[in-house]
Ligand binder design. Structure first.
Ligand code: ME8
Length: 680
């Protein structure tokens, strides 16, 4: 490719998602944002100028453990999850150019090539590693960065002490080159405040990075030292580069040292890997670095972290099936500015749907087409218009032009949320124009004038039908189809006002976004909440392999499980071994803890139960200990106690404690055993 051909190439990536579980709304968010940006760029630059990459991160201990928990070989497991991702993206109308999997030979080959280059350049050496490792992030931590109780700051679960022979990357050498990079490319990390966080992390000093593991096999073998596998983050980050390497045409998307191109979009929790390790590795290997690390915020659900063990994971495909994929896309793009955190709520989703999609946009189209059918024989009519009509039409044109510039400015950042804000402001301006010009009254005395007013609104709708495409691709085509535009499938960016063909027969069809009436809203909310309850139930069932029984063990959480009798009341009846075996007792670690408002005995405790995930229990421990003291402690819990509401909060288990009336101690393992270990 010549320089001129490559001048406007645009390359955007999403993270490659862990093949440990199926996608949820958080993964969908990043991918929808990336898709909307790339669809916009394709409209502006031409389809062949844009490359949008996504994929799955399939190696590492976390995946190996997920596979073994499901009784599958790792490859069979990741094949299944990769299929889930692909079909989710198909359902959500994601137009990616490539889907890379880290178990593909084309990727593994490039990882090994990069490795060899680093060895040749003496950027990697063999040593020993002893460090604190979080399997959930697949990342090492320094003690100073951990939460009390040696908890990973991100996953709030205990890190593991790992000691093994390991290769090291000379990351420490790259402290200054990285700081130089941040000065040279001040927009390298966005939003800007994230740049400051990364800078101070780098300024505080970088240690050489352990880049191989010997304690498991599920990874890319280190060339020439096959008992090692490449550290999963080195393997994963390389996908952005490896995916382009097979063809000359795609290689050009990586860019050059003078003209870096790759834009890496991701959630804010993985900036460090992208903004520190990745550019340092590339510099060391002599490969041009990316142009930008673009970090977005974090979605919670009804104020809580989304997690399978809480059963509050939102399934974007189910939502799409219920209210339409483009409504889901619209909602996530419109709800939060890129870079900010946001909360997902079903009520907000339904509100936006009805007020913005059904009322504002849907009505504008419906009313206009209905009036064209009624007043203008179902056809657009451009002429004749009086001078004052022209002026009023001109005003609408100016509004459209202004909003188009706002969309362009927003997408240059990129800020899809602001682009949609501008587009829906234009929708409202169209509605106001219709109200003020009142073609429905005008038609009685001046049918030509009425037809011209309608012509202007048809033109406005054509503009909207083009500009909305990146965000709601399927509904935008349908909008253009209903306007009667030839080649409705083919989009573009609006250029000149007044290009709507004269004499075009409109093709009014089913409502673009049918209003969701209160009964249907109720029904949907009930379905979604029922699905959530089922997921919570499933999460509990996964945590309770045997049917729940009423345990006779001492209750640390008296309200959860009032013991049928206690030692003070006389002897407790015998239980058979089979009955005892029904109890699922586990080692758990207290991840977080808080007082329950207005309940002076109760603490709400978040527990990590290893393979059983995280859960909350409400425990009657507030007069025995404080939340601060409890966090980080290992405790023994009854994991399969039937969940119950205590103090208005769902308690999913019970912490075992010592004492009758008052608690005098907690049960705990006598040595460092893995969280989640079963007790027998
Ligand atoms: O981190 N809110 O994969 P992952 C917003 N494999 N975005 C969310 C989200 C939420 N609640 N939950 C997930 C990995 N995401 C590594 C990446 S890249 C070389 C390797 C999105 O499956 C967001 O983009 O944990 C986040 O960065 C990503 O999913 C994490 O996906």
């Amino acid at each position: 490719m010549s320089d001129a051909d490559t001048d406007s190439l645009y390359y955007l990536t999403t993270p490659i998602y862990y093949a440990s579980d199926v996608p949820h709304i958080g993964h969908a968010y990043t991918t929808i944002v990336g898709d909307a940006i790339c669809r916009y760029e394709r409209l502006r630059r031409g389809a062949g100028q844009v490359f949008f990459l996504t994929g799955t991160d399939e190696h590492g201990e976390k995946i190996e453990r997920a596979a073994s928990a499901s009784g599958l070989q790792p490859q069979a497991w990741v094949d299944r999850i990769a299929d889930e991702y692909r079909s989710a993206w198909r359902d959500l109308n994601i137009q990616y150019d490539d889907f890379i999997r880290t178990t593909e030979p084309r990727h593994e080959q490039v990882v090994q090539d990069i490795w060899k280059r680093l060895i040749e350049r003496d950027e990697i050496y063999l040593g020993h590693y002893e460090g604190l490792y979080c399997v959930a992030c697949e990342g090492f931590y320094l003690e100073k960065d951990l939460l009390p109780g040696n908890l990973c700051p991100d996953h709030k679960r205990p890190v593991e002490l790992v000691r093994e022979e390991s290769y090291f990357f000379r990351l420490s050498k790259y402290q200054q080159p990285l700081l130089d990079l941040y000065s040279r490319q001040p927009d390298f990390i966005e939003p800007k405040r994230r740049m400051n966080e990364v800078k101070s992390f780098v300024e505080s000093g970088l240690k050489d990075l352990s880049v191989s593991r010997t304690s498991f096999r599920w990874g890319v073998p280190v060339p020439g030292a096959e008992k090692h596998v490449v550290y999963v983050w080195i393997d994963a980050l390389s996908n952005y580069y490896s995916a382009l390497q097979a063809h000359e045409r795609t290689r050009a998307f990586w860019g050059t040292a003078d003209r870096p191109r790759a834009i890496h979009l991701m959630g804010k929790e993985i900036i460090r890997f992208h903004a520190v390790y990745w550019p340092a590795l590339l510099m060391a290997a002599g490969i041009p670095i990316p142009r930008k690390i673009l970090a977005h915020g974090w979605w919670t659900v009804d104020g809580e972290k989304m997690s399978k063990s809480l059963g509050n994971v939102v399934d974007p495909r189910k939502l799409g099936a219920d209210i339409g994929v483009d409504a889901v896309r619209y909602f996530v793009l419109r709800e939060i500015p890129l870079g900010e955190d946001g909360d997902f709520s079903y009520d907000a989703l339904l509100n936006r749907y009805n007020s913005e999609l059904a009322n504002d946009l849907g009505n504008l189209l419906n009313r206009t087409l209905a009036m064209v059918e009624k007043f203008s024989a179902g056809k657009s009519r451009r002429w004749p218009a009086t001078a004052s009509d022209e002026t009023r039409g001109q005003r609408l044109a100016e509004q459209a032009l202004r909003r188009r510039s706002e969309v362009e400015a927003a997408m240059a950042e990129p800020q899809p949320q602001r682009a949609l804000e501008a587009l829906f402001a234009l929708v409202r301006e169209g509605n106001t124009y219709l109200e003020q010009q009142a073609p429905f009254t005008r038609v009685k005395t001046d049918p030509d004038g009425a037809a011209f007013i309608l012509y202007n609104v048809l033109e406005l709708l054509r503009w909207l039908g083009l500009m909305l495409e990146p965000f709601m691709p399927e509904r935008a085509v349908e909008l253009r189809r209903q306007l009667g535009l030839p080649n409705a499938q083919q989009g573009g960016w609006p250029q000149t006002w007044g290009d709507f063909p004269d004499g075009l027969a409109v093709a009014k069809g089913a409502t673009l976004f049918p209003r969701i009436d209160p009964d249907r809203q109720k029904e949907l909310l009930e379905t979604w909440r029922a699905a959530r309850r089922a997921a919570e139930e499933k999460a509990r069932a996964a945590a309770s392999p045997v049917p729940a029984t009423q345990p006779a063990a001492a209750a640390a959480s008296p309200a959860a499980a009032p013991a049928p009798s206690s030692a003070a009341d006389g002897p407790i009846p015998e239980v058979s071994f089979d009955e005892f075996k029904k109890l699922d007792l586990r080692v758990a670690c207290v991840v977080s803890c808080e007082r329950v408002p207005k309940k002076d005995k109760l603490l709400k405790v978040e527990l990590d139960v290893g393979p059983l995930g995280h859960r909350h229990v409400v425990a009657g421990l507030a007069q025995f200990t404080t939340p601060e003291e409890l966090v980080g402690k290992r405790v023994i819990i009854v994991a399969n106690l039937k969940p119950a509401k205590i103090g208005g909060i769902l308690s999913q288990g019970m912490i075992l404690a010592i004492g009758q009336e008052a608690i005098v101690g907690l049960l705990a393992p006598d040595r460092d055993v893995a969280v989640g270990s079963a007790i027998r």
